[in-house]
Design a protein around this ligand. Structure first.
Ligand code: HMG
Ligand code: MG
Length: 298
């Protein structure tokens, strides 16, 4: 009989993964308010922005300014995505204490996303991680396309495990497994996670599932059964990926918290507050809320 874990760590990625994909560039005040509201609802890990090339992702070009104006709370871990040394230096200047580097289990996706091969991306991260360590900054890793690639189709779980292992060897403390295009299904997700647990403790692996095909909750549940305890989510299901055609948002934080609440698993998050935030940001962006729980309990 499946015994759920007592607690799950939620990593909220909407200010970065969500807003990077908005057609309109969201104004700084709204971004700052979103982060503040997310913290207020009890979220303790928030990926607030990315220090990426403004030519590639103009939506996040205010990252330094955002860090300057951010109202920080002691008990919240504010992290940021960095693709290279330039981004790392900006993150240090922005007083960021955790960064995330990112690569993929697919060559063609890596090429489109960060303009290099997987191996080159890992090489590029070496000085990034070493500079982070010198500055007492922790490093998280992302692997994209773990359950399918928009250009290559099926991805072998052993390839995901191989790239994941390389990120740990580089010095990442946690690796987030991204179903970037949301094509995964529960048994595939389990197979992929199992392959990764052959090279890592499950407590260092996070689930980052997009909900394009409505499979994310089922995939998360299947992985919880294997002992997964870290889940990336995005309020109102904001997001997608600019380099993955058709990729919709991450699974909505509200939907995951509702499921976990119902299973008696603690997240420390106040669902009612979270729903208000999801509805507020959806209105601000003038789009419909992609959280089913947010819509049902509005
Ligand atoms: P590049 O064009 O090959 O870089 O981009 P470059 O080194 O040749 O530099 C070109 C220009 O960009 C230069 O400026 C650099 O200074 C500038 P110029 O001299 O022409 O005026 N530049 C930068 N500016 C600010 N910050 C920087 C930076 N780096 C270079 N950090 C690069 C290579 C990696 C920079 C680029 O491809 C890039 O930024 N890509 C970001 C792509 C991205 O953000 N994708 C989305 C995130 S990944 C994702 O969403 C998936 C995830 O959620 C997990 C999942 O769902 O699977 C994590
Ligand atoms: Mg993502």
């Amino acid at each position: 009989m499946y015994k759920p874990p007592k607690q799950v760590k939620i990593v909220e990625v909407s200010p970065r993964d969500g807003l990077q994909n908005e057609k309109q560039v969201v104004d700084l005040a709204t971004k700052l308010e979103l982060i503040e509201r997310l913290g207020h609802s009890g979220i303790k890990n928030i990926e607030i922005t990315g220090f990426v090339s403004p030519k590639w992702v103009p939506q996040l070009s205010d990252s330094s300014l955002l860090c300057e104006q951010l109202h920080r709370h002691q008990d919240i871990n504010y992290s940021a995505l960095v693709p290279n040394l330039k981004g790392m230096k900006l993150a240090i200047a922005g007083n960021i204490k955790e960064v995330a580097v990112f690569t993929a289990a697919s060559e063609s996706f890596t090429q489109k996303n960060i303009n290099c091969t997987i191996e080159e991306s890992l090489e590029r991260f070496k000085p990034v991680v070493s500079l982070a360590k010198q500055n007492n900054i922790t490093v998280r890793g992302y692997v994209s396309c773990v359950l399918g690639c928009p250009y290559e189709g099926e991805i072998n779980p052993s390839k995901v495990a191989e790239v994941t292992q390389k990120l740990f060897q580089l010095g990442c403390y946690e690796v987030s497994l991204g179903d970037t295009i949301g094509t995964g299904t529960p048994l595939k997700a389990q197979k992929m996670l199992k392959a990764c647990t052959e090279i890592s403790d499950i407590d260092a692996l996070a689930l980052h599932f997009h909900n394009t095909y409505g499979q994310a909750l089922a995939n998360i549940y299947a992985c919880l059964e294997l002992g997964a305890r870290i889940i990336d989510t995005s309020v109102a299901g904001l997001g997608g990926c600019p380099y993955a055609k058709g990729a919709s948002g991450n699974i909505a934080t509200e939907d995951v918290v509702y499921m976990l609440d119902g299973m008696g698993i603690e997240t420390g998050i106040d669902l009612a507050q979270l729903i208000k935030t999801g509805n507020w940001i959806s209105q601000k962006l003038n789009k419909s809320n992609s959280s089913q729980v947010g819509n049902a309990l509005d």
